[in-house]
Design a protein around this ligand. Structure first.
Ligand SMILES: O=C(O)CCC(=O)C(=O)O
Ligand SMILES: [Fe+2]
Length: 700
């Protein structure tokens, strides 16, 4: 490697391989390449295994690479390269979008057999050579043994106007495990740029491996263990609800770059496609051409492109189970019409009726300038589940299906809706179609769909937004939520950028020291969330308890700490402290019941873990709560308890009136002195109060 003044060192072929090249007796005109000799192949294998990448120069020979380049230029002139798309989801085909500022190349995929495009057959010949090299490496590198398949060749041109490709890895996968594995094992890029100079930029910048995420690995282990618990009810299904939590834990990727590789003609770089080699293409100031091929691991590739059978079956199972629950609850409560049969307990569809809404504690009312809104007519504790609705359409975006097919599946589902539900669906907003135009199922979906269950866990929480002078609470949705929301400035910026509005909720309207204190809490929460996976095991319980205390002080739902709670459980299980793991699982279940309901996936997950570990642990002494009121604390927020306990006092026939409690939801309560929680003091969820200047608690 050469030193460079700025940035990481420039990487070129290693001295060892260069020496082998120099002493090679092969030459490209006779068709034998220097690297095809045994000693060179051994050296390449060793280097790839040691460094995760290897750079080879003079791979084809100057004249061969020049003719390949000439044909590639022809393909480009023929207009066969198109702006590249960025892909989401496991196979990249669920979501596709172009964003030149993130990825600015134009690409095309070719077998080399397209006779009109490759009259001299240069691409096919190169692919033969590369396959030969891979075959030889497969015999030397155990993890390349099953890389028997490859992609077509991707011809990529980065225009010299500064085109780049931001940091990424080609396979979001760790050791061939995880939901996002796409089967790519090795990336092989041949550069075609003669006379490339440092000033032309366009280097391939390599980064050190993403740190294998301890938290993710621990969760994967728990997931795998759950799958072995055949006798335990729900264990299998719970295992399959873990992927959202796994995705939620972010990977630490702040590491400085390792080296830059100049894209010079006849240079081949091979690197592992997964988490081991994050990379980016720096802005190119001259048109930059490359041929990229991905070699696949056979098994992983088969799994990636046939995922719907396994994963989707479990997701379908979860949904079916949920629907059954709702139906039997509806039947048990003598529940309503056929249309309501699928509705969760205590819930009526909001659609179809604007006059009446059968949700205790809420009314549907016109709100000036805002259309219809929900008004709370009783006290809600921060974080309490307000409403649940049966979905109109349940649709899991078909993985692996191409974009258009996927949407036609949704359209079919919408077509098949009963008339009432269809009207309700069509009545929803389609922000992608102006009102006078035809609405599309896709636009309505994009504007309105939530993930089934755990709406709150996905960052949209129903909550009271504080006290209006009109003596009512407006029931609103939090658009930025979750432990990662950050301080006021970060929330406001996010809302502006994504939803084009500024928030005026109580927390955002705080000023001075109260605002500073709230910001500090939110920022600390976000920091804990971000660094959760690197918290040392012995500090994990205390750290998660801290995040719960912060949520509590902000008047936010404790269930927002669920990722942390889950990690604590995993860690306790790993240290065989099953009783205590069960104890934390019960905390998680309590928080989930309160905020999401006992028909939520999160509740199911924690409750199953509590049951499993509880059974396994028996009556271990570890199982005891930390403090006498511990259990209560985890279901409840002290601030919320203060409000509701007072409400109960007032409502109780002999209760003494404590006077107005200035405990607005959403954090203002943090300044009040919350009543110490006590288990005897269970809050009444049905006390009625109407808010005035500050919430005034009225006897019912
Ligand atoms: O062309 C390069 O150097 C890298 C391109 C790349 O990272 C990709 O296409 O995934
Ligand atoms: Fe890449």
């Amino acid at each position: 490697m050469e030193a460079s003044l700025e940035g990481p060192p420039q990487a070129s072929m290693s001295a060892r391989l260069a020496a082998l090249q120099l002493h090679s007796c092969g030459n490209s005109s006779s068709g034998t390449q220097w690297w095809a000799e045994r000693a060179a192949l051994d050296g390449i294998a060793v280097e790839l295994e040691a460094s995760n990448f290897v750079v080879l120069d003079s791979v084809l020979g100057a004249s061969t690479v020049a003719s390949l380049r000439a044909e590639v230029e022809g393909v480009r002139r023929a207009g066969r390269l198109k702006a590249s798309e960025l892909g989401g989801g496991r196979t990249g085909s669920n979501v596709a979008f172009t964003r030149a500022e993130a990825r600015g190349d134009s690409i095309g995929w070719f077998t080399g057999g397209e006779a009109a495009l490759w009259p001299d057959g240069t691409l096919a010949r190169y692919l033969d050579v590369l396959d030969g090299l891979m075959g030889a490496l497969g015999k030397r590198v155990p993890q390349l043994r099953a890389t028997t398949k490859r992609s077509k060749a991707m011809i990529a041109c980065y225009p010299g106007s500064g085109a780049r490709y931001v940091r990424h890895h080609d396979n979001a996968c760790s050791r061939s495990e995880g939901e996002q594995c796409n089967g790519r094992r090795l990336t092989a890029i041949l550069y075609l740029n003669e006379g490339w100079e440092v000033a032309h930029g366009g280097h391939l910048r390599l980064y050190p491996p993403y740190k294998p995420d301890a938290a993710k690995e621990a969760l994967q282990e728990l997931q795998a263990w759950l799958l072995t618990q055949h006798d335990a009810p729900d264990a299998e299904m719970v295992a399959h609800t873990f992927h959202e939590r796994l995705a939620e834990i972010t990977t630490n990727d702040d590491a400085p770059p390792l080296c830059d590789v100049a894209p010079i003609a006849d240079r081949l770089i091979l690197f592992y496609s997964d988490y081991r080699v994050p990379h980016e293409v720096l802005p190119a100031h001259r048109d930059r051409l490359a041929v990229t091929v991905w070699y696949f691991d056979e098994d992983e590739h088969a799994r990636a492109y046939k995922p719907s059978e396994e994963t989707d079956a479990y997701e379908a199972l979860a949904v079916a189970k949920q629907m059954r629950r709702w139906r039997s609850d509806a039947a048990a409560t003598g529940g309503g019409s056929a249309a309501d049969a699928a509705a969760p307990r205590g819930v009526t569809s909001l659609f179809g009726s604007t006059e009446s809404l059968d949700v205790p504690g809420m009314e549907l009312c016109p709100i000036p300038d805002k259309g219809l809104g929900l008004i709370a007519t009783r006290a809600f504790a921060p974080g309490e589940r307000l409403i649940a609705e049966a979905p109109l359409v349940l649709w899991e975006s078909a993985r692996g299906a191409d974009g258009e097919h996927k949407w036609s599946v949704l359209e079919e589902l919408v077509e098949a809706l009963p008339a009432g539900s269809r009207r309700a669906f069509d009545g929803l907003m389609d922000k992608y179609a102006p009102d006078d135009q035809f609405k599309t199922a896709r636009g309505i979906w994009n504007t309105n769909a939530f993930r089934t269950e755990d709406v709150l866990g996905d960052g949209k929480a129903a909550q009271c937004d504080g006290v209006e002078r009109s003596a009512v609470f407006r029931v609103t949705i939090a658009y930025v939520a979750g432990a990662e929301a950050g301080g006021r400035a970060s929330r406001q910026a996010h809302l502006q950028a994504k939803y084009h509005f500024g928030c005026v909720c109580d927390v955002c309207e705080l000023r001075g020291t109260a605002q500073q204190a709230s910001d500090d809490r939110f920022e600390r929460l976000a920091c804990i969330h971000k660094t959760l996976s690197s918290v040392p095991p012995l500090e994990l319980e205390a750290t998660v308890a801290e995040s719960v205390a912060l949520l509590n002080a902000e008047g936010l739902p404790l269930v927002w700490a669920k990722a942390g709670m889950l990690l604590v459980i995993v860690q306790l299980k790993q240290s065989a402290r099953l009783g205590r793991a069960a104890h934390w699982a019960r905390r998680g279940a309590a928080a989930a019941t309160f905020a999401l309901g006992d028909d939520s996936a999160t509740f199911l997950k924690f409750a199953s873990l509590a049951q499993l570990f509880g059974q396994a642990a028996g009556d271990a002494e570890d199982d005891a709560p930390d403090t006498p009121d511990d259990a209560g604390r985890w279901a409840w927020l002290p601030a919320a308890r203060a409000v509701c306990a007072a409400a109960k006092d007032v409502a109780a026939p002999n209760g003494a009136h404590h006077g107005a409690q200035h405990a607005a939801p959403n954090g203002a309560a943090a300044d009040a002195d919350p009543a110490p929680p006590s288990d005897a003091d269970e809050p009444s969820m049905h006390s009625v109060y109407v808010a005035g200047e500050g919430p005034t608690i009225l006897p019912s």
